[in-house]
Design a binder for this molecule. Structure first.
Ligand SMILES: O=C(O)CCC(=O)C(=O)O
Ligand SMILES: [Fe+2]
Length: 364
């Protein structure tokens, strides 16, 4: 259950309009080597350039495993509130608060850091998949006993991480990275990679709002900071992506229980020197049905130096971003609200402009 005070409910109310369906491209990860795989790699790159978002079929994650993990999570969310809160230390349970800076949503969640030993809870107080220094050093193993839900989520995470790696390998082929092609996938497969699993539960809109009442923000508009995020849901609508172009109109993602969806994250936008688009997205609660989503966030190791890949700079093309580490990005993002643009402070152009304004004594 998500409990919000009256003022809080107003804060997350949205107009009832429903955006048009997004035209989401599909990428078949199982395409055989040769022309079919080359076409899949091209489709993937085009989708990352245009929307920063695509659907993955032929992904190799057993559907039974995904459904079993989802059903176990749904069973957990159906338990009494007190019992769920007791599981904060073992499962990273939290509700309504997203990040540590006052963002609210009609959502409850589990948040687990991925370590070589399996998934471990991320402390609720600072829990966020957004950059935050509190988790920049990695996750300590929990001594709390694991249970069937944790075991299923562990198994699921291993399978989805493998798929994320396959996606990044296909991406590297599509980008023509050549000899350095393994570098992208390695970012999320190292033992110290900063990966996370987040299971979100959006209960149906509360009855007391009545008919004709506004929609609610489940998860406010944001970009994901990591390299890629890999998401599946129980087939309930609600996820929306911002379309390219001025204004960034919203489009709703048609639900699909068997496919996965991939978001380009901020880090991948930097690695591709802005060629790929870190997609803005949000979840709107407008349904009679609960939405359960499971999102794997593929993040780099803390000390990883992030800058555009040299192969993607091209002749004489300049880097749009200054180099920074993942730890630095997390520390700087820690103070931001959910919807803020966390990359702008790493853009070379804007920092150059700030420097010249400072030289002229015009900056504050
Ligand atoms: O729950 C969803 O469908 C998306 C959630 C999301 O964007 C996130 O956890 O970063
Ligand atoms: Fe997200």
């Amino acid at each position: 259950m998500v409990v919000l005070a009256k003022g809080e409910l107003e804060q997350i109310a949205l107009p009832a309009a429903r955006p048009p369906a997004a035209d989401v491209r599909s990428v078949d990860l199982s395409a055989p080597a040769g022309p079919a795989r080359e076409a899949a790699a091209r489709a993937l790159v085009a989708a990352c350039e245009e929307h920063g978002f695509f659907r993955v079929t032929g992904h190799g994650v057993p559907v039974e495993l995904a459904r079993a993990a989802e059903a176990a999570a749904a069973g957990f969310f159906a338990r009494p509130q007190g019992e769920k809160e007791e599981e904060a230390p073992t499962l990273g349970y939290g509700s309504k608060s997203i990040g540590g800076n006052g963002d609210l949503g009609w959502v409850e969640y589990l948040l687990l850091g991925v370590t070589p030993a399996g998934a471990v809870p991320v402390a609720s107080a600072s829990s966020s998949t957004l950059p935050c220094a509190a988790v920049a050093g990695g996750y300590s193993s929990s001594s709390a006993p694991t249970g069937p839900l944790r075991d299923l989520l562990d198994e699921y995470t291993v399978a989805v991480r493998r798929m994320a790696c396959a996606v990044l390998e296909l991406m590297a082929e599509g980008l023509g990275l050549g000899a350095g092609a393994g570098a992208l996938a390695r970012l999320v497969t190292r033992d110290d990679s900063d990966c996370m699993l987040r299971v979100n539960h959006y209960p149906p809109r509360p009855d007391q709002l009545g008919l004709g009442a506004p929609n609610l923000t489940g998860f406010g508009a944001h970009t994901d900071p990591q390299v890629i995020s890999v998401l599946r849901s129980n087939g309930t609508s609600g996820l929306e992506i911002a379309l390219p172009g001025a204004g960034g109109a919203w489009a709703s993602v048609p639900p699909d229980r068997d496919a996965f969806f991939v978001n380009v994250g901020d880090t991948l936008q930097v690695l591709t020197n802005g060629r790929f688009r870190s997609v803005r997205h949000r979840v709107v609660v407008n349904s009679e049905r609960s939405r359960v989503s499971m999102v794997f966030f593929g993040g780099p190791p803390p000390g990883e130096r992030l800058a555009p890949l040299p192969q993607l700079l091209g002749d004489g093309r300049r880097s749009r971003y200054r180099e920074f580490t993942w730890t630095e990005f997390k520390a700087s993002g820690c103070r931001t609200r959910l919807g803020e643009d966390r990359l702008s402070r790493f853009e070379i152009a804007s920092s150059k402009i700030r420097e010249s304004l400072a030289d002229e004594g015009m900056a504050q």
